[in-house]
Ligand binder design. Structure first.
Ligand code: GLC
Length: 750
């Protein structure tokens, strides 16, 4: 017999008892029924239970859940509650009603290390850029479950994961926290990651809502973007991620959108998120992103890190508003119901976290599997995979003898006992302590030595270019590691490799034609030395076992299957904004204190919804490397395309491994043109694992919103009837299969 949850059991009994003249009905008195209904377990759904629970809150208790603190002793005067765990946030609960405090930790790549203030480490997933390069939602669900499990084992019940902003600027210092530049790709992957996190019994977020596309001036930035452009790009990524992941919370961003701060933007929070999309969860602010009590009426439900704001707006000011304004009183009840509903839905009330041991070896293996599938082979002139026969290998630069690079800021993870190395990157102000480059304990050099049977492997740290070149000249193969460190709060000045690494690569490649470049970057970089190299591998920030993953790809133990989630431009002139807006005019410190009273408008209507590869297609520009690009050690062939139209569009085709080794291919389908003219939009993808000679049939059905336009007057999607041209292949720039199908006109609700 199907086991019933306790609340379902009570409900069923109550339903039976409600039958007229049933034996049970005479037994259950009105009083018992009232008691049963008042018990939080009586209401079956999270919404009903939340409503029942909220109805029992006293006015004082109603104030508890709607504002929290940053649970770190950084801001003077912060009083840490006795049960708080040092981490991102703490929101008091209501013990009388069995409502636990919310104990919040960052972030998308694992439980953040908070500079060791908690004296415990965690398992670092690779960067979200690498996760985006896997194009593998199942793997990301597994990764999310792993970091969610670690958060729970440490006693947290909220993991502030799910960064899903689109990469609009390749210099954005948080690109390593985001999945890529396409709304479907990012939405599907973020949704999977969030599903994984919440499967572990903690609440996840998606963030930062919305159009938060550069770090320079993030607190004074005003993202200017038309409704249709936003709905078809950044908002669509959030919409898909929320539909698929059902995150308990959405975190609004620091920046303004079309004039209003994101965290008090009724168009975003109330009309789009809650009314159009029917989002049932709660909106939490970013830390220090609330500017007034009015944010509550606009749709904000919880003020986070309140000691970073000018006031605890959702404390006394909100209480006063509630006492005098019924609209605020009604809003406060809704705020509590939303927060409770998400706590119930994520099971953090019925099954609160219990501190537990963590199997770090098992979890590191998850991080390794993600890294294996997200490393991208950009270029290979036959030098890879390194056959074990290479007699001498020079390994140069990039701290390859120490570990692998990771990104900085609130998402920084470090392992038990701390990182392999911490390199201060300088900086001033109360958050300067965040400006350090962490290297995880997975040195590529050791992993290469373990695989280079019999070869002499020499390491040169790359500090002196001529010396490194001489080391390279004496070896059969030179592997030069190059790093680009990124961190929250700061964009990178340009897309060159910092600290003279371009010159180092140039000299090494000049000295040895068998030069392999291994990049550990937050996002795209320029490659002035590209034509002189034999191979280029993009390893992003590869996580807790990144060194092993890099070596496994170099030696062919893993056949690379990563595909670029972002376009690598060939020059700044190809970008919608060749210069980072505000770079030369505003205070670029972490908290931007010198920008008081300033406003930095950024016009995203230049590209609108044509982000990344769509912009390059619209301008007819050829990038350095295109979105969706990635090489393999085998070959894949596409064939037998059949398209069918009607209410949407379905593409069915075969993918064959025509090479000699097993491999994974990411089959991609793009809209090339329709009644509205030529365009380029990813409408679906599938990652297939094929043995040599094996074929698989792939079927992709386009979400009709990807074929449609947002119709502002109608406030919905309009899909024009007519002929739609589709391309299918292994990259946005390599679509060997094309065809057309007729799609019927229709409108789609927002
Ligand atoms: C930050 C970040 C956000 C993070 C929060 C808590 O400044 O923008 O991503 O979750 O604060 O640390």
């Amino acid at each position: 017999m199907k086991s019933l949850s306790r609340s379902q059991y009570i409900l069923d009994n109550m339903r039976n008892a409600m039958q007229p003249n049933s034996h049970a009905s005479r037994r259950i008195s009105a009083v018992a029924m009232a008691v049963a209904l008042s018990s939080p377990l009586a209401a079956a759904t999270p919404d009903e239970r939340a409503k029942a629970l909220e109805a029992r809150m006293t006015p004082e208790e109603q104030q508890a859940l709607v504002h929290g603190i940053m649970a770190l002793p950084i801001v003077p005067g912060t009083v840490m509650p006795p049960d708080a765990i040092p981490g991102a946030g703490y929101v008091p609960g209501v013990p009388r009603l069995g409502i636990p405090a919310l104990k919040e930790t960052d972030a998308s790549l694992g439980v953040s290390y908070v500079s060791g203030m908690r004296k415990d480490g965690a398992t670092a997933l690779p960067s979200a850029a690498l996760m985006g390069a896997t194009w593998n939602p199942d793997l990301l669900r597994e990764g999310g479950a792993m970091i969610g499990g670690e958060a729970r084992a440490k006693g947290f019940n909220v993991l502030l994961a799910g960064g899903v902003n689109l990469v609009r600027d390749p210099r954005n210092g948080r690109n390593f926290e985001y999945f890529g530049e396409d709304p479907l790709h990012s939405g599907i992957l973020a949704g999977a990651a969030v599903t994984g996190v919440q499967s572990a019994g903690v609440i996840s977020t998606v963030k930062h809502f919305a159009v938060n596309a550069q770090e320079t001036g993030r607190q004074i930035l005003n993202s200017k973007i038309g409704e249709a452009a936003a709905r078809e790009s950044d908002l669509l990524a959030f919409e898909i991620a929320i539909e698929r992941g059902q995150p308990g919370a959405v975190m609004c961003a620091y920046n303004r959108v079309n004039g209003d701060y994101s965290c008090e933007n009724a168009e975003l929070l109330d009309r789009t998120l809650k009314r159009d999309w029917g989002y049932p969860g709660f909106v939490m602010s970013d830390w220090g992103a609330v500017h007034g009590v009015e944010a509550a009426i606009a749709g904000l439900d919880q003020q986070s890190g309140a000691q970073l704001d000018k006031q605890v707006w959702f404390g006394a000011p909100l209480k006063q508003k509630v006492a005098s304004d019924p609209a605020y009183a009604a809003r406060l009840r809704d705020m509590n119901r939303r927060i409770l509903r998400s706590m119930i839905a994520a099971n953090v009330i019925d099954n609160p976290p219990v501190k537990a041991a963590i199997d770090f070896e098992k979890n590191a293996a998850v991080a390794r599997r993600v890294a294996d599938e997200g490393i991208v082979l950009l270029r290979n002139r036959g030098v890879l995979p390194l056959v074990a026969g290479a007699r001498s290998i020079a390994v140069i630069g990039g701290y390859a003898d120490t570990g692998v690079l990771s990104g900085g800021g609130s998402s920084q993870v470090a392992e038990e006992g701390g990182p392999a190395a911490v390199i201060p990157m300088g900086g001033e102000g109360p958050f300067a302590f965040l400006r350090s480059a962490y290297f995880h304990k997975s040195p590529p050099l050791a992993a290469i030595r373990a695989r280079a049977k019999g070869a002499a492997v020499t390491f040169n740290d790359g500090s002196y270019v001529a010396d490194a070149a001489r080391t390279a000249a004496r070896a059969d193969v030179a592997i030069v590691f190059a790093t680009q460190w990124m961190m929250e709060g700061y964009d990178v000045a340009d897309l060159g490799l910092p600290n003279g690494q371009d010159a180092l690569i140039e000299a090494v490649a000049q000295a040895n034609p068998n030069t392999i470049v291994v990049l550990q970057t937050g996002g795209p970089v320029l490659m002035p030395w590209l034509d002189k190299t034999a191979a280029v591998v993009e390893a992003w920030y590869p996580g807790a076992r990144g060194g092993d993953a890099i070596a496994a790809v170099l030696f062919g133990e893993v056949n690379p299957s990563g595909k670029l989630p972002v376009t690598f431009p060939a020059s700044y002139d190809q970008l919608p904004r060749p210069r980072i807006p505000g770079w030369d005019t505003i205070d670029k410190s972490f908290d931007g204190t010198g920008n008081e009273g300033k406003l930095l408008d950024v016009d995203y209507d230049i590209e609108g919804s044509d982000v990344g590869y769509r912009w390059f297609a619209r301008k007819g520009e050829k990038p350095l490397f295109p979105f969706g690009h990635g090489l393999s050690y085998t070959d894949f062939r596409f064939g037998d395309l059949k398209l069918s139209g009607g209410n949407s569009l379905t593409a069915r085709f075969t993918v064959t491994n025509s090479g000699k080794v097993a491999g994974k291919e990411v089959a991609q389908a793009y809209l090339l043109s329709g009644p509205q003219g030529t365009t380029r939009r990813l409408i679906g993808f599938a990652k297939v694992d094929l043995k040599p000679g094996e074929s698989k049939v792939v079927t992709i059905t386009a979400d009709p919103r990807l074929l449609a336009q947002w119709d502002k007057p109608r406030h919905g999607w309009r899909l024009n009837g007519g002929r739609y041209a589709i391309g299918v292949g292994g990259s946005s720039a390599d679509l060997p299969l094309t065809g057309e199908a007729v799609v019927a006109p229709r409108t789609i609700a927002p």
